[in-house]
Design a protein. Structure first.
Length: 321
């Protein structure tokens, strides 16, 4: 029977953090495998345009992800497309269980599972997903050519995607719950200058209304006056942040109340040999360049961890002889 392979590192997640980690662990000559349940690229794939990745002035999220993936593949990084169902930390080796039944054993793990779009949690949202409710302008904007849509949120994603939709739709309402945007100043300037975008502040959607052909309106409430009204729209794009994919984080790994993983400056978690990088980690800001940098740090730290562990193992074997 073939001996089961023990990896030096298993990377969980194929977004910018995971793929950058993949590049660096292969350059450190580690036996590595990356597990990703969907397509490589993570959340970046659904980002319209990236204008702030240093050295690349303008690129689609999909193309940037593909570059990361091809770069990692050029080092022959092994990848598995499967879902991780459990992570079991061990004293000697950690185990990663996959939905397909396989169990991967590794000296170290890099958690790079990122996050997913947060929901508004209003009536009509989930029921009408794919029927006018969307969390991805790049994916679905095309279906709203010359139609009226609303964008909900006030962060970078909402502003960027409202600008994107303004080029496709007839009219874009940008609905935000406060009187100032969280998104960057440069995006705000562009939003204010875009004639197809109409800004509605201090307002929250209370439900998404639909008929047999899909979304027809959003019900709105002014947070200051309490006034309620219906705004007719053909589509509702919801960009109200994201939540960390912390469901797989094993017990014993310290997290904050919001489910972000806490690490030290080597990005090692509270369990030795388990590292975390990117949007799943508690960090100052969520940016692609930060995710790739963290992937690099986690990979270098994992390489150091594995080398030290193996060196100790060899020493212990010599001493016991
Ligand atoms: P975000 O920065 O967390 O913004 C979420 C927005 O949704 C906020 O304006 C928030 O309002 C609003 N919101 C949250 N819950 C809501 C609710 N229940 N009802 C109504 N509005 C609600 O999320 P994001 O825009 O997805 O960005 C996430 C991270 O990725 C950020 O760090 C961002 O800078 C980064 N990002 C970067 C780029 C880029 O660099 N190109 C692009 C996209 C995202 P409040 O402001 O009142 O809290």
């Amino acid at each position: 029977m073939a001996q089961k392979k023990t990896y030096d590192v298993v990377i969980i997640g194929g977004g910018p953090a995971g793929l950058a980690a993949g590049i660096y662990v292969k350059r450190a000559a580690l036996e590595a495998v990356l597990v990703e349940k969907g397509v490589p690229g993570g959340q970046v794939c659904i980002t319209k345009g990236v204008e702030n990745y240093p050295g690349i002035m303008d690129i689609s999220g999909f193309d940037l992800s593909d570059k990361f993936f091809q770069h990692a593949k050029s080092y022959e990084l092994e990848t598995i497309q499967d879902e991780v169902t459990a992570i079991e930390p061990g004293a000697e080796l950690h185990s990663v269980r996959l939905a397909g039944g396989e169990v991967i054993e590794a000296h170290s793990i890099i958690l790079a599972a990122g996050g997913t779009a947060r929901k508004l949690n209003v009536p009509g949202e989930i029921e009408n997903f794919g029927r006018g409710v969307s969390y991805c302008a790049t994916c679905d904007g095309f279906f709203f050519r010359q139609k009226v849509v609303c964008v909900i949120g006030g962060g970078d994603t909402a502003l960027e995607d409202a600008l994107y939709l303004a080029k496709i739709a007839k009219h874009v309402y940008l609905i935000h719950r406060r009187d100032e945007f969280r998104g960057s100043k440069i995006l705000q300037q562009r939003i204010f200058a875009e004639p197809a975008v109409e800004i509605i502040l201090n307002t929250v959607p209370t439900s998404i209304l639909a008929d047999e052909s899909g979304v027809r309106a959003v019900a709105l409430k002014n947070t200051r006056t309490g006034d309620q009204r219906e705004l007719p729209v053909d589509g509702a794009f919801i960009f109200v942040g994201f939540s960390p994919n912390s469901g797989l984080v094993p017990a014993g790994v310290a997290m904050n109340d919001a489910g972000y993983v806490l690490t030290d400056d080597k990005l090692e978690t509270s369990i030795p040999g388990i590292f975390c990088a990117g949007d799943l980690r508690q960090n100052f800001a969520k940016q692609i360049v930060i995710a790739t940098s963290e992937g690099c740090i986690a990979a270098l730290a994992a390489a150091r961890y594995v080398e030290t562990k193996k060196a100790h193992g060899k020493l212990a074997a010599l001493v016991s002889k």
